[in-house]
Design a protein around this ligand. Structure first.
Ligand code: AR6
Length: 175
């Protein structure tokens, strides 16, 4: 499933965020301290090696909606963009903070003149954001940000489950 908006191709696939070697940057669903953690963060730190945590330590803590960029270390991707998503029911307004993650991540990628970025479904795991709501925010925000991007040409949503893929496909189709 692909859609091109203002020259930016937005696609949804089922897969693992750490197995996207053709992307210049992948996005981490991070914790405030930018430490290893579980879920996406655990997978990224495991694949990247200890150098990633070392590089990230002085960049944190970050606030919900914020994003910072680091190298990819042992990952096939040159860069990792670490976003702190909102904890659903605690960090409000959730939709604004989640949208800010996508905006800030895309802005950082564009500033680095990167052409391709992969996102997991930020906040929809341990942070408890319902995936239908999160997918709508994610797709809408990428589409709204697309016209301002000068370098980013591919945005890939990488979903872990078939169910999450279906939800994102629907959100993308509905744009
Ligand atoms: N590739 C793609 N998606 C994945 C992967 C993977 N390897 N692993 C999990 N997912 P989560 P959050 C999916 O919990 O809700 C961490 O401990 C997962 O099924 O990683 O933002 C951090 O340290 C879910 O749909 O992120 C933070 O403390 C989505 O990715 C906290 O969790 C996000 O799940 C962040 O929680």
């Amino acid at each position: 499933m692909k859609k091109t908006i203002s020259g930016v191709t937005i696609e949804c696939i089922r897969g693992n965020i750490v197995e996207q070697p053709d992307l210049e940057a992948i996005v981490n669903a991070a914790n405030a301290q930018l430490r290893r953690g579980g879920g996406v963060a655990g997978a990224i730190h495991r694949a990247a090696g200890p150098g990633l945590e070392e590089e990230c330590r002085p960049l944190g803590p970050i606030e919900p909606g914020e994003a910072v960029i680091s190298g990819g270390h042992n990952l096939p991707n040159g860069h990792v963009i670490h976003c702190l998503g909102p904890v659903y029911g605690r960090d409000k307004p959730e939709a604004v903070l989640l949208a800010r993650c996508y905006q800030n991540a895309l802005r950082l990628a564009d500033e680095k003149e990167l052409q391709s970025v992969g996102f997991p479904a930020i906040s929809t795991g341990i942070f408890g954001y319902p995936v239908e709501e999160a997918a709508a925010v994610a797709c809408r925000t990428v589409a709204e940000t697309a016209p301002s991007l000068k370098h980013v040409r591919t945005v890939r949503f990488v979903l872990f489950s078939e169910a999450d893929l279906a939800v994102h496909r629907e959100a993308l189709a509905g744009l």
